[in-house]
Design a protein around this ligand. Sequence first.
Ligand code: BDP
Length: 704
Amino acid sequence: EDGSQAWLRYAPVPQASSYQSLPSSIVALNSTRSSPVYTAGQELQRGVKGILGKQLSVNSTGKSESTIVVGTLNAYQEVFGNLDDADDLEEDGFYLSIEDSKVLIIGQNERGALYGAFEYLSRIAQEMFETGSSISNPHAPIRWTNEWDNMDGSIERGFAGPSIFLKNGYVTDNITRVTEYARLLASIRINGIIVNNVNANATLLSSRNIEGLGRLADAMRPYGIQLGISLNFASPHDFGGLDTFDPLDPEVDAWWANITNKIYSRVPDMAGYLVKANSEGQPGPLTYNRTLADGANMFAKAVEPHGGIVMFRAFVYDNHISYSNWTADRANAAVDFFNGLDGKFDENVVVQIKYGPIDFQVREPPSPLFSALRNTSVAIELQVTQEYLGQQCHLVYLAPLWKEIFEFDLRADSRPSKVKEIFSGERFRRPLGGSAAVVNVGTNTTWLGSHLAMSNLYAYGIMAWDPSIEPEAVLQNWIRLTFGFDRQVMDTITDMSMKSWPAYENYTGNLGIQTLTDILYTHYGPNPASQDNNGWGQWTRADQFSIGMDRTVKNGTGNAGQYPPEIARTFENIDTTPDNLLLWFHHVPYTQPLKSGKTVIQHFYDAHYEGAATAQSFVKQWDSLEGQIDAERFKEIQFRQVYQAGHALVWRDFINEFYRNLSSIPDEAKRVGHHPYRIEAENMTLIGYRRQAVTPAPAASGYT
Ligand code: BDP
């Protein structure tokens, strides 16, 4: 078990033999090889063989009795007549009916039919043999991943080896893993992949690479997945040889139209473009005093004739803001930069907004931009790759974090306005909307570099389709599909996973202070000192007396005022701000009492001990599963858990020492600085060892 099959292992189920009334064949109502319906037929055959041990034939015609019929509604009705039960199908949706030996899997389109097939297989793989029929429609049309892959094959913030898409400056020749990835993503109902980094390199637009993109798209098409690419705004200048990239220059427009036509002639179903502009040194329309909307619309016009869309990132900010300015605030950037642009974007533009106002931190309120854009389609951006959240070396099950954001009610116009209703397009009646997750899979057989991290990818797809689902339920399906039916395995991995985000928050950065990692480069390991005194704006404003960002309107940066009035009032007032966002919105003395009665600083000390203790307990919990899980995955996960337990101690002591030194307030429990069982390697006399710098430095105590 090397992890490559993820949740699609199709392992035999214990009660296979008791499942008697199995259909005896499969009818897939399309035999074209690039059709997702054809894929569905093949997948059903493979899955039923693996799970139930029965070899079914696949045909493109046949009767509907004792058969699994899979196809689109149109194709079904042409052969078998009306199917009124499927009337409510929406785009990409499917109807699934299981009646003993007769199974109907009907998609609104071909992709939907494939999703239905995967749903059926997921059920039988979990021994969910109930009969009945149901319709499943997506929450939103856009359910994409973003991959931050560079042309040289490296991956920005990727933790599972080099790219499966790009190598040595070109699209890779070997697309085996691309096909496998498309299969995995189709099974969780993802319908688009952006294959290259948002910090984009224009050489992707060369003729050779366009041909390569064509090959990638060909590999994904049978899985109903559309390819998209990130663009570098300055391409007409840097790559096309023009002397400008001004979005309002007709020559620039023509250049984009031309290159876009060229791509579409090789990839006629390309999903569209993703654009990061005027952010972190990337070029953009502001360079020419044009608006962000001018920039986005230039691409929108180029893809519009082809039915493509433009995902325009809201992650626009200035990374040289002045720390000495008490009212400067990076959290204000998105609303400030998009101010006045609502309604000015073309209909095929979707503004892609990171879930929080800063940057994928362990705890953030939702971005206020979700409630500010009423006449613009939006999507939420999440991260499956654990950039600030332990980089797959720490177990952090992210679905509970996402769920909190999805369910957050922003109360726009004092009406129910959950974030999930905004990005689906429902709340402000937008035609487009959805989600994108930065995944950054690599060539490692586990895809993400860690077996347990795959619950995050699984949960992302399932929740993009249906955000109302509970994170624990999603997790348990994933556990059954990934590790089988053992009760202890189920209970243990559930318990570890559900405790993992709170534990990580506890031993990294709590009370809304952010993750406290090294901020300037690695985003890994404790480095609270790096947060302040720079232009990046992920500030804590910690000094010897007090800590936290004052984001109030009254005395601070005004960020609380970017939310609709009811929410703004909650965050403006220290008494109504939840403890877990206290330091996000308020600058307080270390002795400020929390709702629990503890002071801020004592909470820091206690939480860091608690979080680290939880990480220690994961090792024991995992060890108790020895023999219940195949040796390969058992050992690999054990290795990570032991590492996490050690690194959690580094985190705990580093952060506690840092704030004890800064505040000069001792830990009431007298623990800080007294770790009876811990001796730093640096303090020992070790024979045959020498001291060496560690990369990244904050991964080691004392940096060495
Ligand atoms: C930051 C990452 C950086 C990305 C940037 C982005 O550290 O690598 O380029 O976000 O999302 O979190 O554009």
